[in-house]
Each structure stands twice: as structure tokens, then as C-alpha cells.
Design a protein around this ligand. Structure first.
Ligand SMILES: [Zn+2]
Ligand SMILES: [Zn+2]
Length: 287
């Protein structure tokens, strides 16, 4: 075993032993950053394993591809396994607890976007995609390198909008559409302006089924992102989301259902946070 492998084995052990604690995930991410800066081929091979553990399948595949030689049967098998997995991209990877250059780059980009109260980080959630080659906004017709990739309910099959056309309400107005069904939202919000902002000027999210937008403290919540049980555990909010009257409506055994949540799996969690009291609220559906 070389030094890179040794370090990886130790980190993976800590990760397994702690049942995926935030600190152990953070350590794996930091090791990934370190390995990415190393030139030695041994480091690249280990980087593939680290990415696979973090379920960054696309990155693992792309890292492995240039390393594999025709004669290396074992590596070819690994590559073909990752080829199947990389279809899901890096979207459902383990949540990075903090830091990272990707997050820093995203934060810088986010600062330039209009602010969405009910969907504060549409880059992180994947509601907005960034591309090198600009696409045309289907509302204003201008080229944009950041475009919307979420649901849009309208008669016409459109939805590739720039962030400005969503924030201003122009996209919803032009096509008479909405980003969220106004019947599929939480109760207790009296101010109609809030509903209007949510459905016409807020990027939506993708559910397996009809998306539902949670409300709390008389207002709609902010959509935080897609989660599985391990994300909730890592964020330390399992008890918080269990303490919710909605479980009575669902009629399920809360703890059992929560444990079956897997990000990108057939029972999917959607996490919200109340803009007023800060409590996390969950929505769940199945494929
Ligand atoms: Zn536009
Ligand atoms: Zn609240």
C-alpha cells in the first residue's frame, strides 16, 4: 500500500465507524481537494476511490478514464461500473459539510444573481445550471450562461429561462405559466402576494410526483435541497424534522419512513427551512 492508499483506508474506516459523521465526510472531501492537486498517478487512482466513496460518480469516472490501459482488466471492470453510475452525475453525492472550491465558486456566482427568498441557493439545488456556451433565454431572447432547469407549468413547452426573467416575473407572465402549482402549497399563508411570489417569481424544484411547497409561521419556507436520511443525520436535524404535525397526516411511522429516505432513491426527501423560526421542514414522495 502506498501512502495515498493508507491515508484513504484510514479515512474510510473513520467514515464507516462513525456511520457517516459530518467530520468524517468533511475529512474525505478535504482529502479529495488535496489529491486533486497531486501529480503522481498513484494519487489519481486513490482520488477515484475517494470520489466513489463520496458518491461523486461522474467525477470518479472522469478521473479514472485517462488512467485505464487496455490490458488492465480490473480497471476496465471498475470503469464500466462507474460508467453506469455516472449517469446520475454528482447530484446525489454526500453533502459536503463545509468549504470547498466548488462551493466558493458557486457563492461568488450566486452573489451576482437576483435573490430568491423561497429558493435561496438555486445553484446548489441544481435549479439553475451553468454552461460555458451560452444558451438563449426563452423569455427575453438574450444569451445566458445560467439557465433554469426546473419545472414550469404552462401550455407551451418552454422553461429555459435566465434568472432575471424568473425574478422579474416576466417569464411567468409571458407564457401564463407557474413554477409551482398554487394548489400544492402549505396552509396558513394569508398574504396573497407571498403566493404570487412563490409561484410566479421563484424557481421550482423537481419531485418524483407533484411538488409540494411547505409553509410555516404564516409564510412559505425556503427550499434547501434534496435529501436522504444520511443528509438529515449529518446536518443534525433528524429530531427537528420528526417534530412536525405533518407526520400525523402521512400516517406513517415517522422514524421508519425517515430511515428509508435516500437521496436519488425511490423514497426522496425535500428539505425546507422556515424563513421566520428557522425550523427545517420535510416533504417526502416516492417514485
Ligand atoms: Zn431572460
Ligand atoms: Zn417557522
Amino acid at each position: 500500500m502506498n501512502e495515498y492508499q493508507e491515508k484513504y483506508v484510514a479515512l474510510k474506516e473513520a467514515y464507516t465507524r462513525s456511520d457517516g459523521s459530518a467530520a468524517s465526510v468533511q475529512a474525505l472531501y478535504e482529502y479529495k481537494d488535496y489529491l486533486e492537486e497531486q501529480d503522481a498517478p498513484e494519487a489519481k487512482w486513490v482520488l477515484v476511490d475517494v470520489c466513489e466513496t463520496l458518491e461523486l460518480y461522474k467525477t470518479a469516472y472522469e478521473t479514472l478514464l485517462p488512467l485505464v490501459q487496455q490490458t488492465d482488466r480490473k480497471a476496465i471492470r471498475k470503469l464500466s461500473r462507474l460508467l453506469d453510475l455516472q449517469g446520475v452525475g454528482d447530484r446525489y453525492a454526500l453533502r459536503r459539510p463545509e468549504g470547498g472550491k466548488e462551493r466558493a465558486a458557486r457563492a461568488a456566482l450566486l452573489a451576482k444573481l437576483p435573490r430568491f427568498r423561497y429558493h435561496p441557493d438555486p445553484l446548489e439545488t441544481g435549479a439553475f445550471l451553468t454552461v460555458d456556451e451560452a444558451v438563449t433565454c426563452e423569455c427575453c431572447g438574450k444569451p445566458t450562461q445560467i439557465y433554469y432547469d426546473g419545472p414550469f407549468y404552462a401550455i407551451e413547452d418552454v422553461g429555459r429561462f435566465c434568472p432575471d426573467c424568473i425574478a422579474s416575473g416576466k417569464a411567468a407572465e409571458k407564457y401564463g405559466g407557474a413554477f409551482q402549482d398554487d394548489c400544492s402549497v402549505g396552509d396558513g399563508v394569508d398574504d396573497p402576494a407571498r403566493l404570487e411570489e412563490l409561484i410566479h417569481r421563484t424557481p421550482g424544484y423537481h419531485g418524483w410526483q407533484q411538488e409540494f411547497w411547505r409553509a410555516h409561521c404564516g409564510d412559505y419556507c425556503a427550499f434547501v435541497g434534496y435529501v436522504g436520511y444520511r443528509d438529515l443525520k449529518q446536518m443534525g436535524i433528524v429530531d427537528e424534522v420528526l417534530d412536525d404535525v405533518i407526520w400525523e397526516e402521512w400516517g406513517e411511522e415517522p422514524e421508519k419512513m425517515l430511515k428509508s429516505l435516500s437521496n436519488g432513491g425511490s423514497v426522496q426527501g425535500y428539505l425546507f427551512r422556515c424563513l421566520h423560526c428557522g425550523k427545517h421542514r420535510l416533504w417526502v414522495d416516492c417514485d
